[in-house]
Design a protein around this ligand. Structure first.
Ligand code: SAM
Length: 212
């Protein structure tokens, strides 16, 4: 099911500059339709964000692909995701061989994602809480991915990144952001490259935007 739509999406992602074959494979393998509401399943392979309830979205496949590619994953790396949402991005990371930890602040979305992971036998550690402060218990991480818009790269997350690790975060206003890809070169030294331009829902929390 959805085979031709999925192939078309993969062609589109390739033409948009997604070259990492493992990212392409993961997008091919993970059934996005299982991570969107039933009524929207027919749109699962469109290259668009879709609503998942509670005012939140599953990110556009291009966004998932470019962020995942920027992480430069290798099998066995420990990855923290902030913003579980539907659970799709976490499933992509798991498919690529990462050890995945994910945090969601909304209890209903957290519960739904956890149920999905259990049903699909995906070994993903998830918790409900404010991801702007990270998940200290399992730190440090090789990679961190933040899937909501932050006013700045949260300092507490930088501290939970291993030396040589990479964090990918959309940074900007509540409405448009630039993707920051930050490498922790040393204890206090970071280098940043940037990819324009994205539109995420806001990261709400102690080191994010205030709830209103
Ligand atoms: N990665 C998700 C997926 O694959 O479906 C998409 C994430 S959605 C664009 C952003 C998510 O971040 C929302 O579910 C939102 O509730 C969550 N969020 C916002 N602020 C957060 C915070 N401080 N900690 C954890 N999750 C947060």
């Amino acid at each position: 099911m959805y085979e031709s739509e999925r192939d078309k999406l993969i062609d589109e992602l390739t033409s948009q500059g997604i070259t990492d074959v493992f990212v392409i494979k993961a997008i091919h393998d993970i059934p996005r339709e299982k991570f969107v509401p039933e009524a929207l399943q027919h749109q699962a392979y469109k290259n668009i964000a879709l609503p998942i309830g509670k005012g939140q979205t599953i990110s556009q496949p291009y966004t998932v692909a470019i962020m995942t590619q920027a992480l430069k994953l290798e099998k066995g790396l420990k990855v923290l995701e902030v913003g579980t949402g539907s659970g799709y991005q976490a499933a992509i990371l798991l498919n690529m061989g990462a050890q995945v930890f994910t945090i969601e602040r909304d209890f209903d979305l957290y519960q739904e994602a956890k149920k999905k992971f259990d049903k699909m036998e995906m070994n993903i550690a998830c918790m409900c809480g404010d991801g702007t402060v990270g998940w200290n218990e399992f730190a440090p991480y090789d990679r961190i991915i933040v899937t909501a818009a932050a006013p700045d790269v949260p300092k507490s997350l930088l501290k939970q990144l291993k030396i040589g690790g990479i964090i990918v975060v959309p940074v900007g206003s509540r409405t448009t952001q630039i993707m920051h890809v930050v490498v922790r070169e040393d204890e206090e030294k970071y280098s940043t490259t940037k990819i324009p331009a994205f539109q995420f829902v806001p990261l709400i929390g102690m080191n994010g935007w205030k709830d209103d």
